[in-house]
Design a protein around this ligand. Structure first.
Ligand SMILES: Cc1cc2nc3c(=O)[nH]c(=O)nc-3n(C[C@H](O)[C@H](O)[C@H](O)COP(=O)(O)O)c2cc1C
Length: 367
């Protein structure tokens, strides 16, 4: 991603109403185009490296219809890339929902518009209700990744400087494929995946430049170091190199007490609990399947940024947590905020200079 910064930073989930915070507070994120554009331009000026959208087709209900209004991610990326200078913007694409040659052509087009700054987050899907909407069947877990492998092989072939090609696989049988132009600048878009299972991680290691792994609150520094080292070692065994990123949720205020109070206000006292329960039920996490304490813990974690790592505190604390993640070997983190546009200026003014002082990032630009 276009910077030499040791710790890369991104914004996650801004294309969806409410972003990642399952909250009813009135200042929750709109997900509107003007807000997304304003945010991308602010992030670009601050030197934030990337924006990562969520591929979401159907809201989760509850009082706010959580993530009910979403902007499609590839066209969203296209607009943002046209209006920014440095940011990498990802499209998050469900491989089973779009033919690979249409996808490859869209990606190339966006990549040209962004002069090489488009990235692909390939997802296989997990939400059955969304797939039913398309009349598509959610394959069993292993088959999802087998399908994604062929899909991505076709996309990469369409991007590579070859002559016309045929493709005969289990899922695709394509004849005389011709695809021009190639991606911008003789390279190809960055590819990431966020598989959590062994199969998903192996897929990322085989095919991707970056793996996004959720590092939960309870996971120790030593476990994080082990996880990152393990993924990188598995990649090396295959002659590959992969960067590991994670996702987090920032609540940063001048006083730690204020940050904790705001966090509680949004994602405990004013959480959209019906939406949280509906998300958890889709993953078969219910009071019937989990012990009461465990269910309560997962529920609160889900309300705050869908399970991302909470980074709650004053600027020193947030910068210290981010520094720890870099020390654990992570290349970067994609964060969300209750209202990104309201909260990014303080983060940029207070946390980014601290990261610069610890040598993890260049001094931020004025926003
Ligand atoms: C950072 C991140 C972004 C993700 N984005 C999406 C998404 O936009 N849409 C989606 O359906 N799944 C998304 N996922 C789910 C993953 O693609 C994946 O299905 C999930 O982590 C479970 O892993 P598994 O497929 O290996 O079981 C995301 C996960 C993470 C951690």
């Amino acid at each position: 991603m276009g910077s030499a910064n040791r710790l890369k930073l991104g914004l996650f989930g801004a294309n969806c109403s409410s972003g990642r915070a399952v909250t009813m507070v009135p200042e929750r994120w709109s997900g509107s185009w003007p807000d997304c554009l304003g945010l991308a331009q602010m992030a670009d000026r601050a030197g934030i490296e990337f924006m990562l959208p969520i591929g979401r087709w159907k809201g989760y209900g509850g009082a706010t219809d959580y993530q009910g209004a979403t902007l499609e991610t590839v066209t969203w990326a296209c607009g943002l890339l046209a209006k920014t200078e440095r940011l990498t913007v990802f499209g998050t694409v469900h491989a089973p929902l779009i033919p690979p040659l249409i996808a490859a052509k869209e990606f190339v087009t966006v990549d040209h518009i962004g002069a090489g700054r488009f990235g692909l987050n390939l997802v296989c899907g997990w939400n059955e209700g969304e797939f039913e909407m398309f009349g598509a069947t959610l394959r069993d877990h292993e088959a999802r990744y087998a399908y994604a492998q062929e899909w991505l092989d076709v996309v990469k072939l369409a991007w590579s400087p070859s002559e016309d090609f045929d493709f005969a696989g289990e899922f695709f049988n394509l004849k005389g494929v011709r695809a021009k132009p190639r991606p911008f600048g003789g390279s190809r878009p960055l590819i990431m995946n966020a598989g959590a299972s062994a199969t998903g991680q192996a897929f990322a290691i085989r095919n991707c430049d970056a793996l996004f792994s959720t590092i939960s609150h309870g996971i120790s520094f030593a476990e994080t170091v082990r996880h990152v080292a393990n993924v990188k070692a598995l990649a090396r065994q295959q002659g590959r190199k992969i960067d590991v990123y994670t996702v987090g949720v920032v609540t940063c205020r001048p006083e730690a007490r204020e940050a904790v109070e705001y966090y509680r206000h949004c994602v405990v006292e004013h959480a959209d609990w019906d939406a949280v329960d509906s998300i958890l039920a889709m993953k078969n996490i219910t009071p019937q399947t989990h012990a009461p304490d465990e269910f309560r813990r997962i529920r609160e974690h889900q309300a705050n940024g869908m399970g991302g790592l909470p980074l709650v505190g004053d600027p020193d604390m947030v910068a210290r947590d981010l520094t720890q993640l870099a020390a654990a070997g992570l290349t970067g983190i994609a964060v969300s905020m209750v209202n990104y546009l309201d909260e990014l200026p303080y983060f940029a003014a207070e946390v980014l200079p601290r990261l610069a002082r610890s040598g993890l990032r260049e001094k931020p630009g004025a926003i």
